[in-house]
Design a protein around this ligand. Sequence first.
Ligand SMILES: Nc1ncnc2c1ncn2[C@@H]1O[C@H](COP(=O)(O)OP(=O)(O)O)[C@@H](O)[C@H]1O
Ligand SMILES: [Mg+2]
Length: 316
Amino acid sequence: MNTSIPAISIKGLTKDFAVTLRGVKLRAVDDLSLQVEKGQVFGLLGPNGSGKSTTIKIILGLLGATVGEVKVFGVPSHQVESRRNVGYLPEAPYFYRYLSGYELVRFYARVCGVPKAQLKARVNDVVDWVGLSQAANRRVGTYSKGMLQRIGLAQALVHDPKLIVLDEPTAGVDPVGSAEMCELILKLKRQGKTVLITSHLLAQIEDVCDRVAILDHGKLMVEGSLLELVGQRDRQALIVDPLPAAEIEALREWLTSRGHVLNAIEQPRARLDQLFLSKISRTGHLGGNPGVGSNVVPSSSVPKSSASAPSSAPKA
Ligand SMILES: Nc1ncnc2c1ncn2[C@@H]1O[C@H](COP(=O)(O)OP(=O)(O)O)[C@@H](O)[C@H]1O
Ligand SMILES: [Mg+2]
């Protein structure tokens, strides 16, 4: 394949929705142009209603563009062929809660046309890869939010796509589940996959994305590599052991005498999510919390009356 073809190319994309019977239109995406190169993790950021999901649905061919052109690996996104190499985890996935994790991924594998001979091995591999093999025979209805997102990622990966589109994969997931999702995204990047991720949780995006675009009211506000956008290349930080005030003053004078400026003296801070993760146990398969799975009691030790208690299980 021609390596110069981008994974996603969006040119002059506008999407209007008719929002009243009289034909009043809402512009969800407004003249958007973007390119996502192969092998990148690309973050599409913006407040609620800024057009992220609409853009994704057009990339996936689930919605048509009003104006503009969207291509996936060089193929126009309205052609079925463009979706062959794409995996998708929607914003609020609905999974049939009475299926087991394994059955759910198997169902999607069949929908995506994974050959019968490879089906079992492929489903096992991908369920294991997202760290859910121990919970694979449990009903999805008993999964925590973090586990649901991971089984959602497994279904998106089951046909081994080259591009994975994740719409708000960590919304409503606790910091442990979010950290696990980020680890999996970085693993995908190491495998050479292209990942498009939307989020309004900016700290996480910073950890995983090579490039980001910020949308507001459907318009592109800024796009670039994280280093270009938030790196302060005209400044440097030196981290030192605590210095007495007199030493700081001497340092300032010395810098001034050499024509430099000491701009700020600050107390460095660790990130709160790092503190959080260091204080709680992460005992799951990924080194993470397997959620409800960690508390599962062997069925032989559960009294019959409480063995099936779907009313208390989290909703799929
Ligand atoms: N099917 C639809 N019909 C009408 N308006 C829609 C539809 N889908 C999205 N919108 C509107 O388009 C705008 C962008 O929505 P969306 O792409 O979901 O934003 P985001 O994912 O950034 O939160 C919002 O104002 C939303 O209400
Ligand atoms: Mg959205």
